[in-house]
Design a protein around this ligand. Structure first.
Ligand SMILES: *Cc1c(COP(=O)(O)O)cnc(C)c1O
Length: 356
């Protein structure tokens, strides 16, 4: 007799599920680059009234919901770009991978980077090529260009700034990758709002360029709204394979509301950027902490014993991300999401006590 385990793909059976850490009550959550601020009470009341009116008896209509135009206005997306909406940019990573999944096609990404690029390549039977970054997490352009030349990837992902290292690669190097690419290049700007630079102004002007962004890191991770801006040659094809009802009425209505209050978002992004500078300076004062430069809402550090510091923070109710073990280059590395000034004070207290 056949059992389901004979039917389900062996490679999937060998995977482990993406684990979202359980949070003890009162804990400070600095592991997933969420914004620590919530909309103020008055906004939330207004939002509640708006959601009460949302037509949840009807399927959402992504084409006519108007969110693309609101995103275009808010983020100055060029008029020549098409915009696809995803249930989080995670869904767009998945669907763009599926879009190019011909037999023998390759996906190239830098390493360490966002784990979903490799995961989705595996899911869709694409050959995955991971090109290691330099030890200081800068981009190794010669080896990247050599890998592009050798493997002719149908799809390249560049996280700009890079997660989990925080560094924004040199723009010129990323331009060289786009130039050399034989296929689609996704510039994943999940942290674009915290960065000095962006490729969004080029969206739509080059066939192979897709710029991907998300509302997740700027206050709305729970909404699951990501978007990809690019040339019609890619985005119109992508639109064909996105599930027709991938977005939901409540998220769409909330996203509209959130972008009407974009000043609030910017104000809090600014606070976090200032806190990033502060945390970089404060953490760098410890002889045992190597701080990497960051253009995102998190800081990656290397310490003598990542596990010990991770545990010390956890015991004090602070959850960060242990990168150690994820990739050889991330040896003894930890990643701190930037929190509120008060949360950051707590982090510094614990780090101080740990090394003091
Ligand atoms: C967080 C993150 C995403 C996922 O964003 P969602 O829109 O929440 O799915 C995509 N890319 C990178 C590099 C990220 O860090």
């Amino acid at each position: 007799m056949m059992s389901v385990s004979d039917i389900i793909r062996t490679d999937i059976q060998q995977m482990t599920a993406y684990a979202v850490a359980a949070l003890p009550p009162g804990a400070i959550k600095l592991d997933a680059m969420e914004m620590p601020y919530r909309l103020p009470e008055a906004f939330r009341q207004a939002l509640a009234a708006k959601l009460a009116d949302a037509p949840i008896n009807y399927y959402p209509n992504v084409a006519t919901c108007g969110l693309q135009e609101t995103l275009r206005d808010t983020f100055q997306i060029p008029s020549c770009a098409r915009i696809a909406l995803g249930n989080g940019s995670d869904e767009l990573i998945q669907m763009i991978s599926l879009l190019v999944a011909k037999p023998d096609a390759a996906v190239l990404a830098l390493e360490p980077s966002f784990v979903m690029y490799k995961h989705n390549a595996a899911l869709f039977g694409l050959n995955y090529v991971g090109v290691p970054l330099n030890e200081d997490f800068t981009l190794n352009l010669p080896s990247t260009l050599a890998a592009i030349e050798q493997h002719q990837p149908a799809l390249i992902f560049v996280s700009y700034p890079n997660n989990p290292t925080g560094i924004a690669f040199e723009r010129k190097q990323v331009e060289a990758i786009i130039e050399a690419a034989p296929g689609v290049v996704v510039i994943d700007e999940a942290y674009g709002s915290f960065s000095r630079d962006s490729f969004l102004p080029l969206a739509g002007s080059m066939e192979k360029l897709v710029v991907m962004r998300t509302l997740s890191k700027i206050g709305f991770a729970g909404l699951r709204i990501g978007y990809a801006a690019g040339h019609p040659s890619v985005i119109d094809e992508l639109a064909k394979i996105l599930p027709p009802y991938n977005m939901n009425q409540l998220s769409l209505a909330t996203a509209h509301f959130a972008l009407q209050h974009y000043d609030w978002v910017l104000e809090h992004v600014d606070i976090l950027k200032q806190q990033r500078v502060r945390m970089q300076q404060e953490l760098a004062k410890f002889d045992d902490v190597e701080v990497f430069d960051s253009e995102a809402n998190f800081i990656t550090v290397r310490v003598p014993d990542a596990d010990a510091l991770f545990t010390a923070l956890k015991e004090q109710g602070i959850l960060i991300k242990k990168l150690h073990g994820g990739h050889p280059l991330l040896n003894q590395c930890l990643r701190f999401t930037i929190g509120t000034p008060e949360q950051n004070n707590r982090v510094l207290e614990v780090v101080n006590a740990f090394f003091g």
